[in-house]
Design a protein around this ligand. Sequence first.
Ligand SMILES: Cc1ncc(COP(=O)(O)O)c(C=O)c1O
Length: 437
Amino acid sequence: MTHAQDPNDALFDHARALIPGGVNSPVRAFRAVGGTPAFITRGQGAYLWDADGRRLIDYVGSWGPMILGHGHPAVLEAVHRAVDQGMSFGAPTERESELAEEIVRHMPAIEMLRLVSSGTEAGMSAIRLARGATGRSKIVKFNGCYHGHADALLVKAGSGLATFGHATSAGVPEVVVQDTLVLEYNDVAQLEEAFALHGAQIACVIMEPIAGNMNFVRASIPFMRAARELCTKHGALLIIDEVMTGFRVALGGAQSLYAKEIAGFAPDLTMLGKVVGGGMPLAAFGGRREVMEQLAPLGPVYQAGTLSGNPVATACGLATLREVAQPDFHARLAERTRALIAGLARAAADEGVALCGDSEGGMMGYFLLPELPGNYTEVLQSDGARFNRLFHGLLERGVYTAPALYEAGFVSSAHSAGDIEETVAAARAVFRQLASA
Ligand SMILES: Cc1ncc(COP(=O)(O)O)c(C=O)c1O
């Protein structure tokens, strides 16, 4: 007997014949959680629809950009208008400066910036710039932080602080990662020791201020302060990767939150992506003027891009930023996100499931752990099998969350109180099953 295939399964089979793993970015393949990925046919507001015709409440938001939900009218109008004027010119347009001005207005540490097309490009370019500006080669990153897939960043810690990293991907020669030092997040003593050993050779420290690639882990205030002070003392640049947090956790990004706690706090360079492009391929890096002026054509550090500052992408980003800059936008978004985390925590407690969560603005994370983890080693203590059951239980009930334990979640301004209630009710039913298993 033959069975008619579900549309999602049929589409996945077709894609797998043509595209490695059936996906154009690995986490979409559901390898961590098992099963067939939902093939999305359309999005509107807080919802996605998949090829099986299911409506899903979307907490992935294209992995962060969709802070206004899908199909926001002001964004659509700006994009339609831009498309009518032309798709790409490879020449400067006024809108690039308008977008740059909007970014600089909200992030005073950025005096100049350059637009690129992905967070990976922003990270790769920021590191090259830091190396060029300092004349040094070593970089410091933290275990569990992701800054894109540039070769020098696909690395795991070596043994001890004297040895540098090992490549985590085939195709990355060891020589390319031998200048990358990988340290534990939130470990001040280790960072101090690394600077004591290598300070004069370190070009930059790169970090996620709230690490969304280990679900949701905040840099502690002492850790952020130490990173800033050590970089300043040793002449290294501090690169804050706000690809995920920029315009998402606050209008001024995570750096504005740290600046409230640490007098005079500012990164030397900032990476932006996701929300800044509103769902189009657009990202940026920027910072202190004298550092940015090291870039070609002014300076000796080369960096370029055919589609950089694309007119349709800049229209989308600009319309999105103008919406998120409305009074109280982030306060309302934060309240809704907190309501979700509080609802999940209450439902889990009622059902006897250990769960803790945290959020900032429209970014959130929850763990099937009794306490919030502070670094990647602690995140790894989560029970992956239980997480996968939670993920699939939610998906079966129409709630779409990231298909991997190590990913942050995102709430948009389109999520209503009713959506949050529906989500918590779905989660409660899954928690009950988890508790009785
Ligand atoms: C913090 C952070 N930096 C950089 C990147 C890379 O961005 P992209 O996927 O646009 O290359 C990501 C992507 O998820 C990210 O979360």
